[in-house]
Design a binder for this molecule. Structure first.
Ligand SMILES: [Ca+2]
Ligand SMILES: [Ca+2]
Length: 243
């Protein structure tokens, strides 16, 4: 009798442990560090990225192309995409004002035209003067619209790479909403806490690259690192037995 109770207790413990393991699968388990099994990322592991550029941008995260502004000039649109963050997160953005490459002027060479860029991720990442910025094309030099001239320097091939050396670059400059004058789509998306940025001259600087490293999630939330997903087979639901 005693043995039976002991057996039942052991069985109960085993069953309980199995039930606990089952209940934890697959969504509740934290992904272990590299080398172990990793669960499949779900949509609630992603965060939204909202990006607004006057006039155009291309965005890389950790060296990979993530988003391209689908409208190069007007209307001024917001690009909103889902991203699966992993930290440290290197963000690299090339932004362009819609300037004529020969004159540096906008709107069929009728005006100098200004620029602006702003970004916010769902993890709390925002643009501000902590970002690095460098101009690569600017004009018309001295605001001379009669004899407009443009100066440009070559864009480094690996400007979006994680290990690109931006240590000599200056900081981005913040601009107010009034200075940039964003259009309606901007107000329909969450940019709270983000600042408009550009390089030193928001009128004349027409091609600018921004870079920023987010060391850990700004909202403090711990997130599994799925960046090695290509190197492991993630746990999935059991396959249906073959008939
Ligand atoms: Ca513009
Ligand atoms: Ca301009």
């Amino acid at each position: 009798m005693r043995r039976t109770i002991q057996g039942a207790t052991v069985l109960g413990l085993i069953f309980g442990a199995a039930l606990f393991t089952w209940a934890q699968r697959p969504d509740d388990r934290q992904a272990p560090s590299a080398g172990g099994k990793i669960r499949k990322p779900q949509m609630n592991d992603t965060v939204s990225a909202n990006v607004y550029a006057d006039n155009w941008f291309i965005l890389y995260i950790n060296g990979e192309l993530v988003a391209v502004d689908s409208i190069k000039f007007i209307p001024h649109n917001v690009v909103s995409v889902d991203i699966l963050p992993s930290y440290p997160m290197t963000i690299a953005v090339m932004a362009k004002d819609n300037a004529d490459p020969k004159t540096g002027m906008e709107y069929a060479n009728t005006q100098i035209g200004d620029a602006g860029f702003i970004l916010k991720f769902g993890d709390g990442t925002v643009t501000n003067s902590n970002w690095k910025a460098r101009k690569f094309s600017w004009g018309p030099i001295d605001h001379d619209t009669k004899n407009p001239r443009v100066e440009s320097i070559p864009i480094p091939e690996n400007w979006f790479a994680v290990d690109f050396d931006d240590s000599s670059w200056g900081q981005a400059k913040e601009y107010t909403e009034e200075q940039v004058g964003p259009k309606q789509p901007f107000f329909e998306h969450d940019f709270k806490g983000a600042k408009f940025i550009w390089s030193d001259d928001i009128e004349l600087d027409n091609t600018v690259i921004f870079r920023h490293v987010v060391k850990s999630p700004p909202d403090g939330k711990s997130r599994p690192d799925f960046s090695n997903l290509n190197n492991v087979v993630p746990d999935g639901p059991p396959k249906k037995p073959k008939k």
